[in-house]
Design a protein around this ligand. Structure first.
Ligand SMILES: *Cc1c(COP(=O)(O)O)cnc(C)c1O
Length: 374
């Protein structure tokens, strides 16, 4: 780690692990096209670097998926030429850029679509779109009962090609299998209606990571994994051996002190030493994505040993009780997410302590944490 003397905290991104996780997706889904979800800076891993790595093959990526236009433009500016799906859709003001950057919006609004068609005709271009149907997420998409008439209007619009139709599961971990299956059945009935009217979009998709892992009949003809590419199965315990966490986060000890019993540590004095203690201050805080909810709950790994967070997590720093690790020195690296010796704290474990899910932990790793690609 000596090559990064200046960094306070580091996120090491293992691109081999990333490729290995994609291979696992491929081994599950066979020849079906894959949309790799790289929204939210590729779940904190660095969208451009992740997309470039995945685009190199050998497993073919048919689309990258992002939430917002800015994310898509960043991929294009970073040299990514693969089709990019705007999962959250887009606004009318963004139409010129959608056309300029050859992006594929998800669509669920006729006024937007009409404006997109006009703009495409004016520029003598065709824009691909994917129509979103809401089968039970309650977030984005047209009602299943409106899908046929919406689609019939859409196929009549010049300059527009309906390349896909999608919906999204409400249970990211498929926790309620009856509800999840109901969504799939409803989606398939919408698609059947379209088929009967002679409308055949190329891509029909619903499968998130959990479905790729455990719900084969939801593969349809495109899958959209996100979390699993980064090494985590959204289903607790299941298959996690096949996936490799991609990101490790390390931070540095910036101060160390020996304090007597009855010394309070950090804001609000929620931690008071019971004995003479060694307290390390490390340079990661909630502004870097180490949640406040880990105050007096989280653990890091120092010299191969688990050490508890002492007191409240601060904005830029966190204190650790390192009384059991006397050899620790200022400047040493401590593992925040990752494995060291026979100890490990991966994002799923951290998220349980923090009462959240690994998605939020990974996306939350802040901009001050320097990314290093290995
Ligand atoms: C984020 C997202 C995904 C990926 O979900 P994972 O659970 O991370 O695999 C798929 N589809 C849509 C529409 C999304 O927004």
């Amino acid at each position: 780690m000596s090559d990064n003397c200046a960094a306070s905290s580091l996120a090491q991104i293992d691109l081999d692990a990333l490729r290995s996780n994609l291979n696992f997706v491929k081994s599950q889904v066979g020849d079906r096209p894959i949309l790799a979800v790289v929204k939210a800076n590729a779940y904190g891993h660095g969208a451009v670097q992740v997309a470039r790595c995945l685009a190199q093959g050998p497993v073919r990526i048919s689309f990258f998926g992002v939430a917002f236009l800015e994310e898509a433009i960043a991929l294009r500016d970073g040299g990514v030429t693969t089709p990019v799906l705007l999962l959250t859709g887009a606004s009318r003001e963004q139409i010129p850029e959608i056309i300029q950057y050859r992006l594929t919006p998800v669509v669920y609004n006729m006024a937007f679509l009409a404006a997109l068609s006009q703009a495409a005709v004016r520029r003598r271009q065709r824009v691909n779109i994917h129509l979103k149907v809401d089968t039970g997420m309650g977030r984005l998409g047209i009602a299943p009962s409106d899908a046929l008439s919406f689609m019939e209007k859409t196929v009549g619009l010049k300059g527009i090609c309906v390349e896909g139709i999608l919906t999204h599961f409400a249970y990211a971990g498929l926790e309620d299998s009856a509800y999840t299956s109901g969504q799939l059945v409803l989606f398939q009935s919408v698609v059947d209606h379209l088929y009967k009217k002679g409308i055949h979009p190329s891509y029909i998709h619903i499968a998130n990571s959990a479905a790729v892992v455990a719900f084969q009949s939801a593969y349809l003809n495109l899958v959209r994994p996100g979390l699993m590419l980064y090494g985590y199965a959204p289903l607790k315990g299941v298959f996690s051996v096949s996936l490799k966490p991609v990101m490790q986060v390390k931070t540095r000890v910036i101060a160390l002190k020996k304090v007597p019993a009855d010394t309070s540590i950090s804001y609000g004095r929620t931690f008071v030493t019971k004995r003479e203690s060694h307290i390390a201050t490390v340079s990661i805080g909630y502004a870097d994505g180490y949640p406040c909810s880990l105050s007096n709950r989280g653990m890091m790994i120092a010299k191969g040993r688990l050490v508890p967070v002492a007191g409240r997590v601060c904005m830029d720093m966190t204190m650790l009780d390192v009384s059991e690790v006397p050899s620790l020195a200022v400047g040493d690296w401590v593992t925040v997410i990752g494995a060291e010796g026979d100890q490990s704290v991966w994002a799923d474990r951290l998220s349980e302590w923090a009462n959240t899910h690994p998605y939020e932990i990974l996306c939350g790793i802040g901009a001050r944490v320097q990314r290093q690609y290995i």
